[in-house]
Design a protein around this ligand. Structure first.
Ligand SMILES: Nc1nc2c(c(=O)[nH]1)N[C@H]1C(S)=C(S)[C@@H](COP(=O)(O)OP(=O)(O)OC[C@H]3O[C@@H](n4cnc5c(=O)[nH]c(N)nc54)[C@H](O)[C@@H]3O)O[C@H]1N2
Ligand SMILES: Nc1nc2c(c(=O)[nH]1)N[C@H]1C(S)=C(S)[C@@H](COP(=O)(O)OP(=O)(O)OC[C@H]3O[C@@H](n4cnc5c(=O)[nH]c(N)nc54)[C@H](O)[C@@H]3O)O[C@H]1N2
Ligand SMILES: [Mo]
Length: 775
């Protein structure tokens, strides 16, 4: 059976709203993913592909960064992993004739769903100045044009080199080397919009910006707090780990404004009991917190522990804190305790919308637990005060010594499957000096030390005429970023925009004076080079690095791998006609590295700590775990050599009368800006995405009926009204004052300069809006 022709648009006027679900996966999940797979790939390819996900000799699932368990099922089944694979493995194609048929102006009117449904890009395409149609171009000419443009910059800092988190370690390492070889650190990435706040808070407090737990720790934990994360949709394989933890006796506390189905009950598709027995209840307690209230919650938990520690005559007096750990390994306790004394329960209750009793009950859970893990994702990282919020999460864990011991620690759950690895490889606008020194030694050049632009700064630079060329290594920059109208206009000012992509998206349509599409291989595809079939490596959310090998026949014979694209471009930029290296450029055998990626791994092994014997270590099934000081030996590479308690003033969003605070989040049928379909099964939505979830009490006080049509208008201090037109109101279980709607349709509402302190992450979970009824 072949794939089905792409669906035309889904008419959102037929949208229906049903009951939100109270459990995740089960048989509906299996059926839905089979439907997507069969539509996109046909039966044979579906079977071939789904059997190879996350197997020891297969490819790493491009779905998310949750680690693979040791014991692998014939198909470690995950509904949304299967959908991610089907979208890449699709048999649908976007050949040059597609672009002859459809102009850029026409395609701009299509929505993300319709664009993505067209399938895989097959050939390099060029959009000339003033033209409305892309035309095919040879690789040689495309890369030559880009190289000329880059060489022609007055200043290398006029180039911007974005990365999304699916790029392999090998491609990422070569890419950052090429960019630094050009002389800039302008390496913004999706992480700037994602877990940057986690990286900032963890680096400051424990000396390393990565999570400290392994899957084993999840299984051994006595208490798991999951805050600001919707694993049932975004990390479905995490539900199996939670189910196992639960069987071992763990208590799970979910902290979320929404009662997400996956947090409540899980029907494991791997077990018969899961499918027919009603599944496992996951969360023991659900704290329905107000948006942005988590710093207050964690200060409340700290305050509770402090009171318990000091309660005279109680059995626990003086034994609540892990004093031995605190004395040996931490600094700054006094300042933190002073903040806990200063903050009042009244403020905590106002900020969280929870009762003091609820918070105390969670405090009792902490007291009863000898090993606690806190997991979080975008609900905690995309607020103005996210870094302070996460410092306060660390504070609570440190009080009880919950770091660097079995069953305990910090667990920022990453999004893209190799976003953590890309950072390890140097995709960062401000890598530490040690990385630069090692890179310079290895490639006999001097990499620039001045910090580059992060994502928001990159858009500002484009807007202000300080940039001329944009290269996107994957991703969908124009849709993933905030303030869509501003960003589209900023990109339009550039000389050349280049997208290295697998699938068609809006970033191919909102472009500079000239544009290139460079189509590339996906993770699932065979990558054949002069030196034979290649494997690549990725790092998951728990610092495990392993190999990934694609087996499918590539979507077209005219694709280059990401590594090959970078290597060929670098050769044009840095090699002299007689095969030498231009003065000042990094010295590397670019062609040889592209022929056999093990050469890249040899370089990585010498530059990045923890990768010694890289090649041998990935031969081992399951790969290897990178070192992590706090996790491995309670050693903290902060300035003082200790973990830092921090004193953070309490912050929380304050919303003017008659306004709501909007979070922008994912439906069950999307992968970031790739829209698989227009349903959100767990939240009861069918056939549309332009919905806004609002508490009934807010609807009453605003005089709006459930089902009414409204414009969402964001209000910001610049006085500009940012508008997302025509959303249908859905009365939903969310705290009073807190609304929710899907990203990326709502990115137009997020002001570019509304970003987190320290990390610079756009405040996608805290946008002040008003609802304007549509006449
Ligand atoms: N299928 C699928 N998988 C994915 C993705 C995808 O789009 N689709 N994206 C990938 C990526 S890149 C990432 S980063 C992750 C994202 O994974 P998530 O972070 O789970 O994604 P979001 O949909 O943004 O959900 C945020 C969750 O936090 C809650 N929340 C929002 N604000 C607050 C708050 O102030 N406090 C608390 N306590 N909770 C809050 C929301 O109600 C929601 O449940 O998933 C990855 N995996
Ligand atoms: N309002 C709002 N905005 C957000 C968020 C939010 O919660 N709310 N979340 C933020 C987060 S957490 C993230 S991570 C970003 C995501 O930002 P991005 O990573 O930029 O966006 P994606 O939608 O994941 O990118 C999808 C595109 O990547 C390309 N692609 C897929 N696989 C490959 C591959 O293997 N190689 C190459 N070269 N290209 C490939 C395809 O062409 C596809 O169209 O969005 C951020 N933006
Ligand atoms: Mo992300």
């Amino acid at each position: 059976m072949a794939s089905k022709a792409p669906r035309e648009n889904i008419d959102e006027r037929k949208l229906t709203v049903g009951q939100a679900q109270k459990k995740a996966v089960g048989i509906p999940g299996i059926l839905h993913s089979m439907e997507v797979s069969l539509n996109q790939m046909g039966a044979l390819r579906s079977a071939q592909t789904l059997l190879k996900i996350n197997q020891k000799d297969g490819f790493d699932c491009p779905g998310c960064a949750w680690p693979e368990g040791d014991k692998r099922h014939a198909a470690e089944f995950c509904e949304n992993g299967a959908k991610a694979v089907a979208e890449e493995g699709t048999k649908r194609r976007v050949p040059p004739s597609f672009f002859a048929q459809h102009s850029i102006s026409e395609l701009r009117e299509w929505d993300d769903f319709r664009l993505g449904q067209q399938g895989r890009l097959t050939d390099p395409m060029f959009l000339a100045e003033g033209s409305d149609h892309y035309v095919p171009v040879s690789w040689e000419r495309a890369l030559g044009l880009l190289a000329d443009e880059l060489r022609g910059l007055d200043d290398p800092n006029q180039g911007i080199f974005y990365t999304s988190g699916r790029t392999s370690n090998e491609a990422a390492f070569l890419y950052q080397l090429m960019v630094r070889g050009l002389g800039t650190n302008n390496l913004p990435d999706c992480s700037n919009m994602c877990h940057e706040s986690s990286g900032s808070a963890l680096t400051e407090t424990i000396g390393i910006g990565k999570g400290s737990v392994s899957l084993e720790d999840m299984y051994k934990a006595e208490l798991i707090i999951i805050a600001g994360q919707n694993p049932g949709t975004n990390h479905p394989r995490m539900l199996s780990a939670l189910e196992k933890a639960k069987k071992n006796g763990a208590v799970i506390v979910a902290v979320n404004p929404l009662p997400e189905a996956g947090l409540m009950r899980f029907e494991n598709p791997q077990t018969v009991r899961g499918l027919v027995g009603g599944g496992t209840a996951l969360a023991d307690d659900f704290l329905q917190i107000k948006l942005g209230g988590d710093q207050a919650l964690f200060q409340g938990l700290g305050k509770f522990l402090l009171e318990a520690q000091r309660r005279p005559g109680s059995a626990r007096e003086g034994r609540v804190f892990d004093t031995a750990f605190i004395e040996a390994h931490t600094a700054g306790l006094g300042g933190y305790l002073a903040q806990l004394e200063a903050v009042t329960w009244d403020e905590i209750v106002t900020a969280t919308g929870l009762s003091e009793a609820q918070i105390r009950a969670t405090g009792e859970r902490l007291l009863a637990s000898k090993a606690t893990v806190v997991c979080w994702a975008m609900g905690l990282t995309q607020h103005k005060h996210s870094v302070a919020m996460l410092r306060d999460v660390v504070n609570v864990l440190l009080l009880q010594g919950n770091i660097g011991k079995p069953g305990a620690g910090v667990c920022p759950v990453r999004g893209h499957s190799n976003v953590q690895g890309d950072r390890t490889m140097g995709i960062f606008e401000r890598m530490p000096a040690g990385f630069h020194d090692a890179l310079d030694r290895e490639f006999s050049f001097t990499s620039p030390r001045a910090h580059g632009f992060d994502t928001v700064a990159a858009i500002e630079a484009m807007r202000d005429g300080k940039a001329r060329v944009f290269v996107g290594m994957g991703g969908n920059f124009v849709r993933a970023t905030p303030d869509s109208d501003v960003t589209e206009a900023a990109l339009a000012k550039l000389e050349l925009t280049v997208q290295i992509s697998t699938k068609l998206n809006k970033s191919h349509l909102h472009v500079g004076r000239q544009a290139l599409i460079l189509p590339t291989l996906g993770r699932t595809e065979r990558d054949t080079q002069a030196g034979g079939d290649q494997r690549v490596t990725v790092e998951d959310s728990m610092s495990a690095v392993h190999a990934s090998r694609g087996r499918l026949t590539p979507a077209s014979g005219n694709l280059l791998s990401e590594v090959a694209i970078v290597a060929r471009l670098a050769e044009l930029l840095f090699s002299t006609d007689d095969g030498g290296t231009r003065v000042g450029a990094p010295v590397a055998d670019w062609r040889g590295l592209a022929a056999d990626y093990s050469g890249i791994r040899t370089h990585i092994a010498r530059v990045v700590p923890g990768f010694e014997d890289f090649e041998a270590k990935i031969d081992r099934p399951g790969g290897f775990i990178l070192p992590h000081g706090p996790r491995d030996s309670r050693s903290f590479s902060t300035d003082s050599g200790k973990a830092h308690f921090t004193a953070n003033e309490l912050q929380y969003p304050r919303v003017p009368e008659g306004r709501l605070l909007l979070q922008t989040l994912r439906s069950h049928d999307q992968y970031n800006t790739t829209i698989y379909g227009k349903d959100d099964r767990y939240r009861g939505i069918k056939g549309g995405r332009r919905v806004v979830f609002v508490n009934q009490a807010d609807l009453d006080s605003l005089g709006l009926a459930d089902g009414a049509m409204v414009d969402l208008v964001s209000e910001w201090k610049d006085g500009v009204d940012r508008r997302a037109p025509e959303f249908r109101v859905v009365a939903y279980s969310t705290p009073v004052g807190c609304a929710a709607a899907y990203y990326p349709e709502t990115n137009v509402l997020v002001p570019l300069d509304s970003k987190a302190d320290v990390s610079g992450t756009p405040t996608s979970k805290s946008v002040v809006i008003r609802l304007e009824p549509v006449a």
